[in-house]
Design a protein around this ligand. Sequence first.
Ligand SMILES: *Cc1c(COP(=O)(O)O)cnc(C)c1O
Length: 363
Amino acid sequence: MTHRISVELATTKRPKPDVSKIGFGSCFTDHMFMMDYDADKGWHSPQILPYQPIMMDPAAKVFHYGQTIFEGLKAYRTADGRILLFRPQQNLKRLNRSNERMSIPDVDEELALEALRQLVLVDQDWIPREEGTSLYIRPYVFATEPLLGVAPSRQYKFMIIMSPVGSYYAEGIHPVRIHVESEYVRAVAGGVGQAKTAGNYAAGLKAQEKASEQGYSQVLWLDGVHRKYIEEVGSMNVFFRIGDKVVTPELNGSILAGITRDSVIQMLGSWGVEVEQRRLSIEELFEAQEQGRLVEAFGTGTAAVISPVGELNWENRKIIIGEGRTGELSARLYNELTGIQRGELADPFGWVLELKGTVSATS
Ligand SMILES: *Cc1c(COP(=O)(O)O)cnc(C)c1O
């Protein structure tokens, strides 16, 4: 497979937004990446081109049967002007695991990494420099075959778009209040919960709405069978410090395997903090709270990195965790992880990938 990506540069450059004033994911860079798949040719025609709308057949399978997956990662600009990605190879591995689950053909991970590299370099002026900001990168694959029949599509597109994003914590890191959902469920083992696929998020909107109406910003999902065991929070994995251990739900087939989750487990291990990956029931958590052993809780994900949890509400039983303040481990993890991501701290785990060079138009 050749890795030659054709590049067409935008003739006009759009003005860069003030990232402190725009919402997450509302503004896109000058270019995008696109590659097509046909059953008889495989993946072909990788290209970088000006950001623009695409034509879709109204019968495209993605609209009707939801065969699509996505990824999310960030590029950071260091104080001395370097460009860093955080563990991008892990995102591409997960992209193919999601593809596999959704019967979508594999993408060549080396080619995808080269596409990421060239696209970020082409639009490197779009990586904001202010503290806490970054360039959010969204790779995704979707079925384009125009056919109303439930079978894997014979045509797909793989695209990458990018969006400058402001600091998640413009007013400083602060704990969120969370609604524990006991009616709706997100996923079940054997389903598609471990794939980053669109339908999981559409299925979660109802509970999210319910939580918002009650003044909560996120939903904590319980398992789909017993409505008892903790799964994850919105688009974050979740950790609890109980006594002198940290507990997080094990990857049981219905939870998304977060890259931030994995990084936190490795980092805590390196600090000598014991991390248990196991089933954890909501009752156990409320009991630990009563006994004064629930010290802190936090979510992990690319967008917020670490999101401390200050309150849980489960069937009108409310608990305030750590007096509603950011816990000691949450703060330390946030500082160390974002420090590594922005190239301000040493990277003992080899997590960051520096992007270098320039990209010019091909003819
Ligand atoms: C993306 C995502 C996460 C977090 O994964 P990261 O790789 O850490 O960003 C967790 N849960 C769900 C449901 C997700 O979609």
